[in-house]
Design a protein around this ligand. Structure first.
Ligand code: TMP
Ligand code: ASP
Length: 232
């Protein structure tokens, strides 16, 4: 098994066939790895949430790279060439949107806001627009349109899913890849590392912002999400 890529929270191994194995690490980083920690079981928890979410999306006709869980911290996925565009969907203002535009946290965004970011560690994932995507030759305009439409469908499905377990989906980030057949599919993970999730009643932040801004124990928040999903 060849190691293809090691990121901050995951390792991708290449199989001989049309699949990769992705291993979820217990490492957590923020602000381009200026802040780092290792939190036991974080990989297992994120993989479990990711698997449940990808299976839910597949059931709702969203194509993802997910094939199956292989172990507590690894999953088998379909090979797809990553597009270096991150798609963020926001239902309420938080994080970099508040910082960039001076919007008050929690401000309702209706319709949801869709933003594009350039996936580049050295440039710190800057916000980009469609003209930048074309200039950098990251993918076609049609690809972007498919990604945006898919992201909004994912938002509808996940908002309802989390709402049902008394959790509010504030925003999330998606990554996409292109298969050898030319299909654009969802890749990477969907977990509390890549979503903002708040308890609807208490407004407690259950996601990675706990680590980014020292709001509380990360694992406790992630387990609250997983346990709510499991008991639903
Ligand atoms: P932002 O408000 O910091 O731009 O984050 C928007 C969403 O993207 C939020 O749900 C967290 C997620 N995200 C990632 O998945 N990876 C990242 O590196 C960053 C900065 C945010
Ligand atoms: N992925 C980013 C990093 O490691 C952190 C973040 O999610 O804020 O730096």
């Amino acid at each position: 098994m060849k190691k293809l890529y090691e990121g901050k929270a995951k390792i991708v191994y290449e199989n001989d066939d049309d699949t990769y194995i992705i291993k979820f690490k217990d490492d957590v980083t923020a602000f381009d790895a200026i802040k780092k920690a290792n939190i036991s079981e974080k990989g297992r928890i994120n993989l479990e949430i990711t698997s449940i979410v990808f299976e839910l999306l597949e059931k709702n006709n969203i194509k993802t790279h997910f094939i199956k869980k292989l172990s507590e911290n690894s999953m088998l996925v379909k090979k797809a060439k990553r597009l270096d565009v991150e798609v963020v969907v926001r239902n309420k203002a938080a994080g970099s949107l508040c910082k960039r535009l001076g919007i008050k946290e929690s401000t309702e965004l209706n319709p949801p806001l869709v933003e594009l970011f350039y996936k580049s560690d050295e440039l710190h994932d800057p916000l980009i627009c469609i003209e930048h995507v074309k200039l950098l030759n990251l993918c076609s305009e049609e690809d972007v349109s498919i990604m945006k439409q898919t992201a909004l469908k994912v938002n509808d499905i996940l908002k309802a899913f989390f709402d049902n377990i008394n959790i509010e989906l504030i925003d999330f980030k998606l990554e996409f890849g292109k298969t050898k057949e030319g299909d654009i599919i969802l890749i990477d993970e969907i977990s509390p590392d890549s979503c903002r999730l708040w308890d609807k009643t208490t407004k407690e932040k259950l996601d990675k912002d706990r680590f980014r801004f020292d709001l509380g124990d990360l694992k406790e928040g992630y387990l609250k999400i997983l346990n709510s999903i499991r008991s639903s």
